[in-house]
Design a protein around this ligand. Sequence first.
Ligand SMILES: Nc1ncnc2c1ncn2[C@@H]1O[C@H](COP(=O)(O)OP(=O)(O)OP(=O)(O)O)[C@@H](O)[C@H]1O
Ligand SMILES: [Mg+2]
Length: 301
Amino acid sequence: MSIQIRSLYKTYTGGVHALQNVDLDIATGMFGLLGPNGAGKSTLMKILATLETPSSGEVFVNGADIRTQRQQIRSSLGYLPQFFGVYPQLTGAELLSYIAKLNGVPRRNLREAVHENLAHVGLLEARDRKAKTYSGGMMRRLGIAQALIGNPRLLIVDEPTTGLDPEERIRFRNLLTAISRNKVIILSTHIVGDISSTCEDIAILAKGQVAFRGHPAALIAQAAGKVWQVLCDEAEFPNIAGRMQVISTIPKPPNLLLRVVGDPIPGYDMQSMPPNLEDAYMHFMGSVVGQRVEEENGVVE
Ligand SMILES: Nc1ncnc2c1ncn2[C@@H]1O[C@H](COP(=O)(O)OP(=O)(O)OP(=O)(O)O)[C@@H](O)[C@H]1O
Ligand SMILES: [Mg+2]
């Protein structure tokens, strides 16, 4: 299973350039998509899920052309949209059964497929309750179950962990890792930690363009020597926050303990810290992408 994306552009009516010249090759395994709000993540995923059409460019899913071979792609596709809605009167089991039929699961395998997928996401006990009575986290899990049904070889999950509690998030991560063999799983998230432990290959989208592509370790390496811990008092906070990116603030009365990213400010006792993926993402977005935008706008000194 593999995906080739070449010179992909998407401009929505109204003139928003959601994707601009995207080139990506995605191979079997987990692929993480990061990027700020409006970067184009959902647009890219909808195109791969055959629900939006490109303005120009080419996309091949296992050799099948997204423009002309939609049915073929759909038959091996599972998709969890960012905003997942269901028929509220259906029970969890009814909904899965319905989706399974749409996905071509043979009648004789329906019961088993529904059971197995509800069990995967811990919803067996709620199988006969109407979806409208589910909590937010349960709805999310139902969404994941419907994307997994029929054992798709391409699984696209858009912000799948939003609304899940930490325990469920870890369980979901483990589930994805367990099923990722022989599949392409494309996962978008705002929670950088979800990607650091599961994905060996990531891309960062910024303003519709691929700003970074590679192993998380390569992104982390770029932030080496840029992450610091510093104890300051509240009066000093604005000065630091104005010149560096603040990752976290922990009150240590009467002081604040900050984790910051950037070049250290002389006069402060800053302790160097090893970067994690979240630091690296913040550093990348602030320095690399920020600088590129400034250059485009002609404001670099
Ligand atoms: N149907 C649409 N019509 C017009 N513009 C759209 C449409 N869908 C998305 N956009 C615009 O395209 C851009 C990319 O949106 P997209 O939803 O792909 O971003 P995203 O990276 O998924 O953001 P988020 O992290 O908030 O989910 C945004 O500027 C958005 O407003
Ligand atoms: Mg989105």
